[in-house]
Design a protein around this ligand. Structure first.
Ligand code: SF4
Ligand code: SF4
Length: 237
């Protein structure tokens, strides 16, 4: 899932300081699962913002609404009236959902309420860890299922580097060395010799190094849906 965390309230308040009518727009998918931007978080943030506003000049109305996904226009359209009626939308989606708002509603003023961090996995209650960097040329088949791109601090394809110690990364003693994990796992599975296999150079142009990614599936192409004026209401108020 995409993992994000909420921006500090001071920063969010600063970005709406000139606005009278604010909408906090939650997203019901990834950021709900990581407790950053779902219905509950949208409601709490809106209440906190209202309280802050009342403690200062009291001149800001803050509503909230949560839709299933901000990153798909079909769902975004259900919030069309609320978005168009707000001076500013605080998006509690990842950076994709936040940008979708202004692509779908170009007149809307949007500020992000979250910092989008990574593609990750909840490894235990309250802990999320990065597992994929969306590199576009997956090499998990060579590393026994452990991603060196996202889990090695240097994204090395031929680690471990000289800084690996006691199974930890030289960047921080809080981080496991990804290559230590890879070697350990290969050893356990009895095929450490696979590390000696030669591979074609990785295609880094499929990652961010090649510019913004784009996938076109000719077999699925169709015209995008037209914008709707009035849509089905989402949850919240
Ligand atoms: S190798 Fe690339 S696609 Fe595969 S898990 Fe790692 S970052 Fe993701
Ligand atoms: S110590 Fe391990 S995880 Fe850290 S940079 Fe070196 S190889 Fe990568």
């Amino acid at each position: 899932m995409i993992v994000a965390e909420q921006k500090p309230l001071d920063e969010i308040m600063q970005s709406v300081s000139e606005d009278k009518n604010v909408l906090v727009l939650g997203c019901g998918t990834c950021v709900t699962v990581c407790f950053a931007g779902g219905e509950k978080e949208a409601e709490i943030l809106a209440a906190s913002m209202r309280m802050r506003s009342e403690m200062s000049d009291g001149g800001c109305t803050v509503d909230h609404l949560t839709i299933q996904r901000q990153c798909e226009w079909e769902y975004l359209d259900s919030a069309a009236d609320a978005i168009k009626g707000a001076d500013k939308v605080v998006s509690l989606a990842c950076g994709i959902g936040a940008q979708a708002i202004i692509e779908r509603f170009p007149e809307a003023q949007m500020v992000p309420g979250l910092n989008t961090r990574f593609y990750g996995l909840p490894t235990k209650q309250g802990v999320w860890e990065e597992r994929c960097g969306g590199c576009g040329d997956c090499v998990l088949e060579y590393t026994d299922g452990i991603c060196p791109v996202s889990r090695c601090s240097k994204s090395l394809l031929n680690g471990p580097c000289g800084g690996s110690h006691d199974g930890l990364c030289e960047v921080s003693d809080e981080m496991e060395c990804a290559w230590h994990l890879i070697v350990e796992r290969m050893e356990k599975l009895g095929h450490l010799d696979r590390l000696e296999e030669m591979h074609e150079p990785k295609n880094w142009s499929a990652a961010r190094d090649g510019g913004p990614g784009k996938i076109v599936r000719e077999d699925l192409l169709r015209e995008p849906p037209g914008e709707v004026d009035e849509g089905e209401e989402g949850t919240g108020s």
